[in-house]
Design a protein around this ligand. Structure first.
Ligand code: NOJ
Length: 546
């Protein structure tokens, strides 16, 4: 373990790189990335300079939601390899000084999980049904769902089962796909099972967990209807009180998980929690709860000086107020890549995607230029930063994916209305001149890669001054040398539509306006675009402040 990653509370300042295993690197040649592929490319991550890796699910799963539908929490899906492959990956990562965080999916399992199959077989009123949320339907014959909740992926959040005797029976809740039944977290049996899962992976040596749908586990007693104004809003709801998002009954769960992780050295819990406002999200990272939550408020913030400054201040105040680090994130496997998203004329709800018929199709070069400026701004901020695989290559969202190759359940549940998330999940280009750009030895790729992606391949950028890959490497090196993650941000006066602050002896300036601005004095350490006495629009520069 390197000095920075072996430091106590390493997560406070860490840069954590998200590996989406099915799209990172495929060693077997079947067109789907795997754990051996991850192991083979860990040196890329070490040389990039990140501190930790977070892996999206690689557990046994029928893959109806790309692995977020888990059918065995303690085994690796054969698609991705074996537990031995996992151990090898973990040992190699640790040997390179990289911490490893794994995903845990506690809101729901796969409908193929033995626990759900047992619940179906055991019938209404059984102990097994009590592990999930089964209810009688409404209407004369129970033909209507128990309430009006809808699934984040579109359509109702309830599915009716056929009982063992062939009659239509109870309904079960699934906030996501029909194949992702929600657990009943008021049942202590469920909490006990997840303690075991946490311990299983920590005993194997993982350094922490990214908690899927952390804001959904607790549901309101009695499962009341959603108020009319919230119906059809899917996962984008921001409401103080909501029957299933961000409920205060979640806190005892996190306190319990914190106790379990505290039995081990220095493990971290990061929650995927779409909680707003940030002052409320801060409750989730109080000293005896989660270590961190993703700062989605930051990810969703429009590219204006006013909005960016406001969200940075709000984040530092909210998280700092409870002694937690702020986190920062611009891209992940559920959102349009920031090189494309920040160049859209209109903001779109997360999870929606951009496709061939979308009215707003940003210029790729413009998006990359602005995306790089946003990255350099983010990597200067104190706290912990999350990166998504491929952003170090400047990858844009893949827009022209043929409909018949799409795999996101959102696409299947909403028809052609919502493209979903496939566009940010296209396999990475490693080598410009190889089949599938080196993603897989056979040239297979579970989603087609755009023909322009040779330009973005890692080997086409390595060692090339000014490339996005080298910009990330330099920025991460400077961030570490100047300990920016632990720094204190001090704003300075700057022209309208720009931001300027000093942190860790570095002056950071970002031009978010339409015209070039004069560049402050000082040695330029790095910039997102060439600067020559002036700071072009959509550009960030770091200058020596001493
Ligand atoms: C959030 C995950 O990031 C997303 O990919 C998944 O579809 C849902 N949770 C459901 O597990």
């Amino acid at each position: 373990m390197s000095e920075s990653t072996s430091a106590p509370e390493w997560w406070r300042t860490a840069v954590i790189y998200q590996v989406y295993p099915r799209s990172f690197a495929d060693a077997s040649g079947d067109g789907i990335g795997d754990l051996k592929g991850v192991t083979a490319h860990l040196d890329h991550l070490a040389s990039l300079g990140v501190d930790a890796v977070w892996l999206s699910p690689f557990y046994r799963s029928p893959q109806n939601d790309a692995g977020y539908d888990v059918s065995d929490y303690c085994d690796v899906d054969p698609l991705f390899g074996t537990l031995a492959d996992f151990d090898e990956m973990l040992t190699t990562a640790h040997g390179l000084g990289l911490r490893v965080i794994v995903d845990i999916v506690p809101n729901h399992s796969s409908s193929e999980h033995r626990w759900f199959q047992d619940a179906l077989a055991a019938g209404p009123g059984s102990e097994e049904r009590g592990h999930y949320i089964f209810r009688e339907g409404r209407g004369v014959d129970g033909e209507l769902p128990p309430n009006n909740w809808d699934s984040v992926f579109g359509g109702p959040a309830w599915t009716r089962v056929t009982e063992a005797d062939g009659t239509l029976g109870q309904w079960y809740l699934h906030l996501f796909d029909t194949t992702q039944p929600d657990f009943d977290w008021t049942n202590p049996w469920v909490a006990d099972r997840f303690d075991e899962v946490l311990r299983f992976w920590m005993d194997r040596g993982v350094d922490g967990f990214r908690i899927d749908v952390a804001n959904g586990l607790a549901k309101e007693d009695g499962l009341p209807d959603l108020p009319a104004e919230l119906v059809g809003k899917g996962g984008d709801v921001i409401a103080d009180v909501h029957p299933y998002w961000s409920r205060d009954e979640s806190h005892p769960i996190w306190r319990r998980w914190r106790k379990v992780t505290d039995e081990y050295d220095d493990r971290a819990l990061v929650g995927e929690a779409w909680v707003q406002p940030l002052a409320r999200m801060a409750h989730w990272v109080r000293p005896d709860e989660l270590h961190q939550t993703f700062n989605f408020g930051y990810l969703l913030t429009p590219w204006t000086a006013h909005d960016q400054r406001a969200v940075i201040d709000e984040s530092l105040a909210a998280f700092g107020g409870v002694g937690a680090p702020s986190t920062w994130v611009l891209s992940n496997h559920d959102t349009v890549r920031h090189t494309t998203r920040l160049a859209l004329k209109e903001q779109i709800p997360h999870g929606t995607g951009v496709g061939p018929l979308s009215p707003d199709r940003p210029d790729e070069a413009f998006g990359l230029h602005r995306g790089r400026a946003a990255t350099l701004l983010m990597l200067a901020l104190p706290g912990s930063a999350y990166m998504y695989q491929g952003e170090e290559l400047g990858l844009p969202e893949a827009i022209d994916i043929p409909d018949d190759t799409r795999e996101d359940p959102t696409w299947f549940r909403t028809g052609p209305e919502v493209y979903g998330r496939d566009g940010c999940r296209v396999p990475l280009p490693w080598e410009a001149s190889k089949p599938a750009y080196g993603f897989s030895p056979t040239g297979a790729s579970w989603l087609p890669q755009p023909p322009t992606w040779a330009l973005y391949a890692a080997d086409a950028q390595a060692g090339v001054a000014g490339s996005t890959l080298e910009m990330y490497r330099d920025a991460l090196r400077l961030r570490s040398e100047h300990e920016l993650g632990a720094g204190r941000l001090e704003w300075e006066l700057s022209p309208a539509e720009s931001l300027q602050f000093v942190v860790g002896g570095i002056r950071v300036v970002t031009n978010l306006g339409d015209d070039p601005l004069p560049l402050p004095h000082g040695e330029v350490l790095i910039s997102s675009a060439p600067v020559d006495g002036s700071l072009p629009k959509d550009t960030t520069a770091w200058l020596r402040a001493e």
